[in-house]
Every structure is written in structure tokens, then in C-alpha cells.
Design a protein. Structure first.
Length: 615
């Protein structure tokens, strides 16, 4: 039995496990962000106060929709909902309001929980959905901080997390306390997580990846350090890891590549003992570049995980591990998890044969909220009374001769963009509902930097065809930013196979390196514009960038923005906020924000210098 997290600890609620940590380590820091700290005793007390308010305001409500960003406030909210015996449904406040309304309606929540920052947005939702609204910042500090003592069964649903849906609308994955505790137990024991650990938290609580940041910290007496990659980019991540002496960091490979691109060659992270990757294929070069910045004792972990099953497999890479081939395997099954690779006939595939990855365990998600047809399609129960169920993931893989599982992509039309799982059907439906498109198909293509990008091919319903900027703007009102295609290509007709289905393989492959961000190319007119345009050219990997080319049309997102801001800081000594590129999305507009007069002594030297490349 592991000394870290014994098996009997999963037979309780998450709140009970946390309360044990708060009693054992009351003065230890539970969460720290921007110099603000909250101890375990403070976090537990605040959660208890809020839980009582939830019970008073929410009444018999089973599901509580939450609107928070990363930080201590959302951890208080999560623990409060769980302590009250209810289910939390986290929504990302960055989503367009139309998306939030859709998710709120589907969740059938009986209460909306938020804070001062998002109270106005939450009030709009509450007005439409007629739910009571609770502002956590107004809960009286005079309330009791004692544990509630409620009996919450391990079978209680802890949370519902929304993911992209194959039917054109999002679906919510349901998970119970016992299953989540099992995953945390397996994760804790495999990585030997201790109270002294300091864990970076890079993901919104609305996504399952955050579970492997937040819960392994709070259920083991460790400290969690929030860092919002979407809002802050990777620009300040290195400083966080070094300043706070972070010991465990987890991110998707796309984030890693942008992170590494912004590092100087001499930067090191000696305190990191675990750097975990997952959510996308990992390549040997990723690991080789990362290890240049890590200490010799740091373990790099490649994992396979699903919202429906959390961590399914993992592969631990030490300094002595001999990586062969370009793709890094995802390793062997996690504790109490069986992995099958199935052929088209549903039978186990042979060694080295590619098939669909299926998981068998007692600790899988119960299924999808209000979607029995999808649950029945993805999950099946063993008929031998073992209590195990099988989940067919839709991912492809093969078991190598050495017994390691290797990920081989998707079987269906689900794709991964910057670690987010997207059903392209949902994007296609949103495009068709705009009314200006007759037919469309959305696929993912790898760009010149190795990143996956969504590309929409469409047949317009009118002449002239809607522009890329028009389509992007209208989709942004309905879909999260990571679901909006970065390129839109007009075609006369969609190619079809002999059976009448869209032939995705026959679609013309976009040449991202030649895509222009504006209809007319305008060359840089000043040394400052020349330097900024040069930085954009290198970061985007395109042939040239004009001063009126659009950041988003070129495929820009928050990770790329972080790289550009870092290089501008090196070239000009000017600190720009990450949001500058979203407010000023062309080279010309961004240069105005720089406020670097080209006639200033030294400015021309900086501006005319070769753009700085990362080490």
C-alpha cells in the first residue's frame, strides 16, 4: 500500500479528504497568485461559509453553475459546492454570451455562483434562465467557518464539464466524487506528490486538465500556483516557475513549444521535478528541447487522458530513457485501468496494429448529462458482474512490441487544437447557421510551425462570398476562440467520394506560409514597422507580413501573442500587455502602441536590428 494515498481514502467525499489536509496543515499555503496567499485553514473556512450560503440561497438545487477565473476565489467556490453536496458546472467567462446561455439552459442549474468581477455577466444569465444568483464576495465574513458535517456519498456527482459535441451542440461529462478521488490517488502515488510540492495551474477550471493541477495539490497539502495561459500567455510562465520554485508543471505540447520558443538558451528550472505533457501527440524533439532547461533529476511525463476517464496511461521519461522514433509513447495503463486496442470488428487488434483505444475500469464517468444515446454509444458494461465498464475513446493507437501504447490520432472528426478537444461538426453547424454559407467542412491541418490549425472550406450562398474577417467575427459571437477557424477557403464545390460523403482527403491543403492577412500587401514604412513585421514573419513562419496584415487572419492566438510580445520587449525594451495584439491586430496599429519614435536616439538602432530569435 502506498504511503501517499491509501486505497480506502477514495471511499469518502472530496470535501472530507480536503478537510483532513486543512486539519493537518492549517498554516501551509494552499493557493498563491500575484503575491496573495490563502492558507489551508483560510481556504477551508471560506469554503464552509460559502457552502452555508449556497444551501440557504440555492435550496434544493442540485447543480450550481459557476463563473470565475483562475485563483483562490474559484477554489473556494468549488470546495463550497462540493461540501454542500451539490454538483458544480464551471463555465469559462471568456466564452461568448450566446455560448454561456446555451450551456446554462442545458445544465438545468438551480443556482448561479460568481463574484464581483463577473457579477454583471452572471446577472444577464440569471435574468434569462430565472435562476437565483449568489455573489460569493457578498457572503458575510461573520458566518461560521466550521465544517458543515454533511454526509456526502462518494457516489454523488461532483461536477459536469462541457466539451465540444459531435451532434452540433456541446455535451457535459458527468463525474463522481469516488472516481475523482481514485484518479487523484493514482496520480499522487505515481508521481509521489507531497505537501512540499508546488504545482503550477495553467488551465481553466472549466476543463478537465485543471483537475490534475488543483486536486493533487489541495488533497495532498501542497500549494497551487494559478497562471492563466489564455490571458497571460506563456510570457511570464518562466518567471513563475523560477520565482516560486515550482516543482510540478503540466501543459499541452503546443503550449510547451511556444514556451520554449520564448526562453533564452541559458534559462534553467532546477526546482522542477516533474514536467508533464499530454492532450496532443508528443515528439522526441519536444522532449529533447525541454530537457535542455531541466535539471538531471526532473522526470518528463507523457500521458493519455480523457474528460471521461482522467489519466488513462502515462510514460515516465528520465535522463537515462532512450527514446526511439519520432513519436513518444503514452506508456502503460494507470492504476486499475485496462487499455485495449480494438480492430474494426471490435476484437482486440494484434501487436503493432493500429486500432481504436478503449478503456476498461470501475472508475469511468457515468456518462453524458441528458444524452443517453451518446452514453450508450460510448460506454458499455461488462456482463460478468465485475462492475467494470468499457469506454470507446475514438482515439487510435497501437501497442508496441515492448508493451507501450503509442497514440496515433483520431478515428472520427474530433481534433485537438492547443490541447482543446473539438468536434468539427459543431463548428460546421455554427457556420451553416450564419446563413451566408451553402455547405462547409472543417478540418485540422498542421502549419509550418507544427501546430494544428482549423481550416474551414465553404461554398458561399451568395455573391460576393462572405469574407474571412466577417465569418471570424460572427463565429466569435457564438464559439470559444479555440473553435474559430484560423483560415477560411472558398471552394466552388466540396469534393465527394463515390458514396456521396465529403472527401476530406481531396480538399486542397492550405499553404499557411503564403497566406496573407490583408487583401493588399503594404511594405513597412519605418524601421520600427520593419522590425515588428520581421518578428511577425518569423513567429508565423510566413514569407512576408505587411503593415496592414491581420494578426488573427494569419492564425494568431494567445500563445503566439506571447511570443511576439516577448520578442518586442527584447528588440525595444518596451513591455506590452498581452492584450495589445487583440486591441491592435495589425503591425501598423501595434507600432502606434509601442510609442517608439523612430527619430529617438537609439530607437533606429533597435528598430533596424535583426529581430531577436529565441535561444
Amino acid at each position: 500500500m502506498s504511503p501517499y494515498f491509501p486505497p480506502e481514502e477514495i471511499e469518502q467525499s472530496i470535501g472530507e479528504r480536503f478537510e483532513k489536509q486543512a486539519a493537518a496543515y492549517p498554516d501551509r499555503i494552499a493557493v498563491q497568485k500575484d503575491g496573495l496567499r490563502m492558507t489551508y485553514a483560510e481556504l477551508n473556512g471560506a469554503a464552509n461559509r460559502l457552502a452555508r450560503a449556497i444551501l440557504q440561497v440555492g435550496g434544493e438545487a442540485e447543480r450550481v453553475v459557476m463563473l470565475f477565473d483562475q485563483g483562490a476565489a474559484v477554489l473556494v467556490a468549488v470546495l463550497a459546492v462540493l461540501k454542500a453536496g451539490k454538483t458544480y458546472v464551471p463555465l469559462d467567462p471568456a466564452y461568448p454570451p450566446a455560448r454561456l446561455f446555451e450551456l446554462l439552459e442545458d445544465a438545468e442549474a438551480g443556482l448561479i455562483l460568481t463574484n464581483d468581477r463577473y457579477h454583471s455577466l452572471a446577472a444577464q444569465l440569471a435574468q434569462v434562465g430565472s435562476q437565483p444568483l449568489l455573489n460569493a464576495d457578498t457572503v458575510a465574513i461573520s458566518g461560521s467557518v466550521d465544517n458543515l458535517g454533511l454526509s456526502v456519498s462518494p457516489d454523488t456527482v461532483a461536477y459536469m464539464l462541457y466539451t465540444s459535441g459531435s451532434t452540433g451542440r456541446p455535451k457535459a461529462v458527468v463525474q463522481q466524487h469516488r472516481n475523482l478521488l481514485h484518479f487523484v490517488r493514482a496520480y499522487t502515488n505515481s508521481l509521489q506528490i507531497e505537501p512540499e510540492d508546488r504545482i503550477a495551474w495553467l488551465h481553466s477550471i472549466a476543463f478537465s486538465a485543471s483537475n490534475m493541477n488543483v486536486y493533487p495539490a489541495l488533497l495532498n497539502g501542497a500549494t497551487v500556483y494559478p497562471h492563466d495561459v489564455k490571458a497571460q500567455g506563456v510570457l511570464h510562465l518562466a518567471g513563475l516557475l523560477q520565482r516560486e520554485r515550482v516543482t510540478i508543471c503540466q501543459c499541452v505540447p503546443t503550449v510547451l513549444r511556444h514556451f520554449l520558443a520564448g526562453l533564452a538558451s541559458e534559462e534553467r528550472f532546477p526546482d522542477l521535478r516533474v514536467f508533464e505533457l499530454g492532450g496532443e501527440p508528443v515528439f522526441r524533439r519536444d522532449v529533447e528541447l525541454l530537457r535542455r532547461h531541466l535539471g538531471p533529476r526532473c522526470v518528463v511525463v507523457n500521458r493519455l487522458a480523457f474528460t471521461e476517464a482522467s489519466v488513462a496511461a502515462q510514460y515516465l521519461i528520465t535522463a537515462d530513457t532512450d527514446l526511439t522514433g519520432n513519436t513518444v509513447p503514452v506508456g502503460r495503463p494507470a492504476d486499475q485501468m485496462e487499455i485495449l486496442v480494438l480492430g474494426d470488428d471490435g476484437r482486440p487488434a494484434g501487436p503493432e496494429q493500429v486500432g481504436e483505444i478503449a478503456l476498461r475500469s470501475r472508475h469511468l464517468s457515468p456518462g453524458y448529462w441528458r444524452r443517453p444515446e451518446l452514453t450508450g454509444k460510448a460506454f458499455s458494461a461488462d456482463g460478468n458482474g465485475s462492475g467494470k465498464r468499457t469506454y470507446r475513446t475514438g482515439d487510435l493507437g497501437r501497442i508496441r512490441a515492448d508493451g507501450l501504447l503509442e497514440y496515433a490520432g483520431r478515428k472520427d472528426f474530433r481534433v485537438k487544437i492547443r490541447g482543446y478537444t473539438i468536434e468539427v461538426t459543431e463548428v460546421e453547424v455554427a457556420l451553416l447557421e450564419l446563413g451566408s454559407i451553402r455547405s462547409t467542412v472543417v478540418v485540422a491541418h498542421e502549419d509550418q510551425n507544427g501546430d494544428q490549425r482549423l481550416v474551414a472550406y465553404y461554398v458561399p450562398a451568395r455573391d460576393p462570398a462572405p469574407t474571412s474577417a466577417e465569418l471570424r467575427a460572427r463565429l466569435s459571437e457564438r464559439l470559444p476562440d479555440f473553435m474559430v477557424p484560423s483560415a477560411f477557403l472558398v471552394v466552388d464545390a466540396l469534393p465527394v467520394t463515390s458514396t456521396g460523403k465529403v472527401d476530406r482527403l481531396a480538399l486542397p491543403r492550405p499553404d499557411f506560409a503564403r497566406l496573407e492577412g490583408a487583401d493588399g500587401y503594404v511594405e513597412a514604412r519605418t524601421p520600427t514597422e520593419a522590425t515588428v513585421a520581421g518578428i511577425w514573419t518569423e513567429v508565423f513562419g510566413v514569407g512576408r507580413v505587411g503593415v496592414h496584415d491581420d494578426f488573427f487572419a494569419l492564425g494568431g492566438h494567445s500563445l503566439i501573442a506571447g511570443q511576439i510580445v516577448a520578442r518586442i520587449r527584447r528588440a525595444f525594451g518596451v513591455d506590452l500587455p498581452l492584450g495589445a495584439l487583440f486591441d491592435a491586430p495589425t503591425v501598423a496599429e501595434l507600432c502606434l502602441k509601442l510609442q517608439v519614435p523612430d527619430g529617438r536616439p537609439g530607437a533606429n538602432d533597435a528598430a533596424s536590428a535583426t529581430p531577436v530569435t529565441s535561444g
